[in-house]
Design a binder for this molecule. Structure first.
Ligand SMILES: Cc1cc2nc3c(=O)[nH]c(=O)nc-3n(C[C@H](O)[C@H](O)[C@H](O)COP(=O)(O)OP(=O)(O)OC[C@H]3O[C@@H](n4cnc5c(N)ncnc54)[C@H](O)[C@@H]3O)c2cc1C
Ligand code: FES
Length: 364
C-alpha cells in the first residue's frame, strides 16, 4: 500500500505562489454522494499550500484535443497545508466535471493555477456572528471556512445552512456534525427539497424561504451572510434578505455559474458612445463570426451583445476560464491574476477584461 508521505521532520516547504506553474497530483479520491467526488491533491514539488479558505484554483485540461479551463474551490483548509482538495459535482453533459469523475485517477497530474478569489470570511475583520447559506456543491467554500475556523479553535457563532435536493445529496453531513460537537457555537440546519425513500432524515423539508430562515436563525438580520450555490438559490436568498431589510453591505456571495454576465443591451449612453468612441472588428476565426467592439468595452461583453456565447465564469479577469489565443491585433488587458505574463507574451488574452486597441483575430 502506498500513500502520500511528506517529510514532517524537514524544514517547511516553500509557499504556494499564484505566479508559478503548479502541477497537482491526485493522491486520493472520495465518493461523497452519488454524483459528487472529492479529489485530494498534492504538489509535485512539495509546497506549503497557503490560501484563504473559500478561494479557488483554475485547472487547465486538455479534453478531446481542446484546452479547457475550469475553476474549483478548495474544499480543504489551509490549516492542513500539505494537501488540497476539490469537491466536484457531476454536471450532466458538462465536459470537465464528467472527465474528472470518469478519468482522473490517483497518480494523475493536473496543471493548476491559483489560488484566486475574494470570497472568504478571513478576508475581512472577523464578524460577531455568521450565517453560511450553501446550496448543493456551493457548500465547498463554506466548508473550507468552517474547517479552518474549527482547526483554529474559533468560538465564532455560526449558523450553517445546507440546502440539497434530497437527503442523499447532502454533502459533508457527518464531518459537519462532528465539527459542531467540537464547536458549541456552530449550529447546523439541513433543508431538503424532497425526501429520499428509506432515509432517516429528520431535517427541514421544502424550499428555503423567509419563514424557514427566521425559524432556523431568528437573529439572521444581525449576522454576516456568506452564500454560495446555484444562481436561483442565491437569487432567492438575496431577495428574502433584501425584503427582510437586511443590510446588504454584510452580504457576500460566490457564483459558480456561467450565466452571470448580462449581455450588454444598448441604451442611450451606449448609442452616444458608439458614435464618439472608436470601434474595432473582432474576428472569431474558427467560428467564422465577426462583431464590432468599442475601444472602451471588454471583448466578452461585445460578443454577448452580438449574441455570441464565449466561455467565461468570473468575468473579472480572475479565473482564466475565458483565456483565448490572439492571432493578431493589440489589446489593453487589466486582469486580476487569471493569466500569467508569460502567457500574455505568448499572445493569450482574457476577453472578459481585454479592450481592443486595433482589429483583432482570435483563435476561436
Ligand atoms: C469560482 C468558481 C468556483 C467553483 N467551484 C466549484 C466547486 O467547488 N465544485 C463544483 O462542482 N463546481 C465548481 N465550480 C463550477 C466548475 O467550474 C464547472 O463549471 C463545473 O464543474 C461544470 O463544468 P463542466 O465543464 O462539466 O460543465 P460546463 O459546460 O461548464 O457547465 C454546464 C452547465 O452547468 C452549470 N453548472 C456549473 N457548475 C455547476 C454546479 N456545480 N452545479 C450545477 N450546475 C452547474 C453551468 O452554469 C452550465 O450551465 C466553480 C466555478 C467557479 C467559477
Ligand atoms: S471569465 Fe474569468 S478570467 Fe475571464
Amino acid at each position: 500500500m502506498t500513500h502520500f508521505a511528506p517529510d514532517f521532520a524537514a524544514p517547511a516547504s516553500p509557499p504556494w505562489s499564484s505566479e508559478q506553474d503548479e502541477t497537482l497530483r491526485c493522491v486520493h479520491i472520495r465518493q461523497e454522494t452519488h454524483d459528487v467526488k472529492t479529489f485530494v491533491l498534492a504538489a509535485d514539488n512539495p509546497r506549503s499550500f497557503r490560501y484563504l479558505p473559500g478561494q479557488f484554483v483554475t485547472f487547465e485540461l486538455e479534453i478531446d484535443g481542446a484546452k479547457i479551463n475550469r475553476c474549483y474551490t478548495l474544499s480543504s483548509t489551509p490549516t492542513r497545508p500539505d494537501l488540497v482538495s476539490i469537491t466536484v459535482k457531476r454536471v450532466p453533459g458538462g465536459p470537465v466535471s464528467n472527465w474528472l469523475h470518469d478519468h482522473l485517477r490517483v497518480g494523475m497530474a493536473l496543471p493548476a493555477m491559483g489560488p484566486s478569489g475574494e470570497f472568504s470570511c478571513f478576508k475581512v475583520p472577523a464578524a460577531k456572528s455568521y450565517l453560511f447559506m450553501s446550496g448543493g456543491s456551493g457548500v465547498t467554500p463554506l466548508m473550507s471556512m468552517t474547517r479552518a475556523l474549527h482547526d483554529l479553535g474559533s468560538d465564532a457563532d455560526i449558523v450553517f445552512v445546507h440546502c440539497a435536493r434530497s437527503p442523499a445529496d447532502i454533502l459533508f453531513h457527518e464531518e459537519l456534525t462532528l465539527m459542531a460537537r467540537n464547536m458549541p457555537q456552530l449550529r447546523l440546519a439541513m433543508v431538503c427539497e424532497q425526501h429520499t425513500p428509506g432515509s432517516n432524515y429528520a431535517g427541514h423539508l421544502g424550499r428555503m424561504d423567509a419563514a424557514r430562515l427566521a425559524h432556523i436563525a431568528p437573529d439572521f438580520l444581525q449576522r454576516d451572510v456568506y452564500t454560495c450555490g446555484p444562481a436561483p438559490f442565491m437569487g432567492a436568498v438575496r431577495t428574502l434578505l433584501d425584503k427582510a431589510g437586511f443590510d446588504m453591505l454584510r452580504y457576500r456571495e460566490e457564483s459558480f455559474s456561467f450565466e452571470s454576465l448580462a449581455p450588454a443591451t444598448p441604451d442611450n449612453t451606449d448609442i452616444l458612445k458608439t458614435e464618439t468612441t472608436p470601434s474595432y472588428q473582432i474576428q472569431l476565426q474558427k467560428m467564422g463570426q465577426t462583431f464590432s467592439c468599442r475601444s472602451d468595452q471588454p471583448i466578452l461583453q461585445a460578443a454577448a451583445a452580438a449574441g455570441l456565447r464565449l466561455p467565461f465564469s468570473c468575468s473579472s479577469g480572475a479565473c482564466g476560464t475565458c483565456k483565448t489565443k490572439k492571432i493578431s491585433g493589440q489589446v489593453e488587458i487589466k486582469h486580476a491574476g487569471g493569466i500569467r505574463q508569460r502567457e500574455i507574451d505568448q499572445g493569450w488574452i482574457l476577453p472578459c477584461c481585454s479592450k481592443p486597441l486595433s482589429d483583432i483575430t482570435l483563435d476561436k
